[in-house]
Design a protein around this ligand. Structure first.
Ligand SMILES: [Zn+2]
Length: 254
């Protein structure tokens, strides 16, 4: 967290910056190079884009890429699109601000990040990551079809060079929606089913308010939790290096 869905919510919030002139930029030097951002002062924001988990703010002089890591929240003019992240802090302490961009009209776009892992990069290159998670199922299927067939589904879903923007929670929701166990080799699954599950899951979680709102969200990530679809006890293990939950009843697998 945040995953690509939260980044998309941040991008939509950042659209409010378009057409506004930047009067001041401050970045925590542990998260970005302050000198590289100086050209932003006096520039006007012309677009807010996103690819995967990265939001890119464009001005007519330069762009800045924002990586939110585990706990970064974007706040524009005091409004946060997500009140709290599933694993994040519940407070908005100014001491946790890592990026503060003030506009000539007095408004502010900032990123509050208690853990300090967010990153700010001048003129980022985002073309090196995979197809975006909001892409149509056909484009996602094309990306999945060229992956090594013996790799586990969960590992493929988390690989940002295949589909950019899927994190740990979305990956588990996709496996559940596709009715496939997370360790299943990608060569043994129907790629079309998985691609359509990604498309449907991303839009569902977006509508519901974030990657934490699914069937296998944080409220069920504990021992003894049951599947909301069929009532079976959920399985839990580390898969592809990440804490993973799935339903042995409708997904199968060990
Ligand atoms: Zn189930």
């Amino acid at each position: 967290m945040p995953e690509g869905i939260e980044a998309e919510m941040y991008r939509r919030a950042a659209l409010r910056a378009i057409g506004r002139s930047v009067s001041q930029v401050w970045v925590d030097a542990r998260c970005g190079d302050p000198a590289s951002m100086s050209a932003l002062v006096g520039a006007t924001v012309i677009d807010a884009r996103r690819h995967g988990k990265v939001v890119v703010l464009d001005t007519e002089r330069m762009s800045v890429g924002m990586h939110f890591a585990m706990t970064g929240r974007l706040i524009v003019d005091g409004d946060a699109p997500i009140a709290e992240l599933a694993y994040g802090a519940r407070r908005d302490d100014p001491a946790w601000d890592r990026w503060v961009m003030t506009f000539a009209d007095g408004g502010v776009l900032r990123v509050n990040d208690p853990r300090r892992w967010s990153r700010y990069v001048a003129d980022p290159i985002v073309g090196e990551v995979g197809v975006d998670l909001y892409s149509p199922a056909a484009a996602i299927a094309d990306a999945l079809n060229v992956v090594g067939r013996r790799r586990a589904l969960k590992s493929v879903l988390l690989d940002q060079t295949v589909v950019a923007g899927i994190g740990n929670l979305i990956a588990d929701e996709v496996a559940s929606a596709a009715e496939v166990a997370p360790r299943t080799p990608i060569g043994d699954v129907d790629i079309g089913v998985v691609a359509r599950a990604i498309e449907a899951t991303v839009h569902l979680l977006d509508r519901q308010g974030g990657s934490h709102t699914g069937d296998l969200g944080p409220v069920r990530r504990h021992a003894g939790a049951v599947c909301p679809i069929d009532g079976a006890e959920l399985a839990h293990d580390t898969v592809a290096g990440r804490s993973t939950y799935w339903c042995p009843q409708h997904q199968g697998g060990t």
